[in-house]
Design a binder for this molecule. Sequence first.
Ligand SMILES: [Fe+2]
Length: 261
Amino acid sequence: MIDLHCHLLPDWDDGPDSWEEVDRMIDLAARDGIEAICVTPHYLRLSRHNDNPDILRSKFEEFFERCKKEKRLSFYRGAEVFIHPEVIDYIRREKLSLNGSEYVFIEFPSDQVPEGTKELFYRMMLAGLTPVISHPERNDVFGNRPELLYDLICRGCLAQVTAMSLTGEFGRTVLKRAELFVKNNLVQFLATDAHDSEKRKPILSKAVKALSDLVGQEKAEAMVNDIPQAILNNEVIPDWGSPLKPEKTRKKYLFLKDKNA
Ligand SMILES: [Fe+2]
């Protein structure tokens, strides 16, 4: 399996603090059957080093040097970039796409889809970039108005669902949103968005089981293999279904707020 979204760079964001913790996370991932990880530190949010590109570059160099010895997994460079009007310049200047491809993770605030998102994504696409929305199921606006996500996906964006959302570990509200997005082909692949070895672990297998129940085993496997592989290769992703517009009955997708979400 391939995990395209994992905070594995030590002392950069809210991910691991030490190399020992990195080693524990790699060990968990390998034992879960993950064979490749795209390392995606936060950018424009939560950086401990004010997003300094020289520090980021040197941290990646150190990471790849140390991880040369790791034979169970291969590693790729990526980032999770917080939505920003100048995001295209940052992506180009600091090489923030996934493995140098046209695909780039864009993170939203948890309670907003900023005005101008559609125009920003259109500009990104004109610049040859494909926005990949990180875990839309954890965003309250997409959760309550899934037609906004449907619209963006129809325009050529992709979206990633987080493993712990599908296993219910972020609460029932997020689980229900994740299931809705999966069933309506509004998310194209699964990733861990892991941050540590305790609370947010790099584990995919449990969520793949949950996915299989929703979409069948073949598609569930594609969402952790063929689709992320195509992204790493900068290829068009295999077609596993066109986006479906969620029915506009409030009952269908407006969920009561879960205290644990
Ligand atoms: Fe993340």
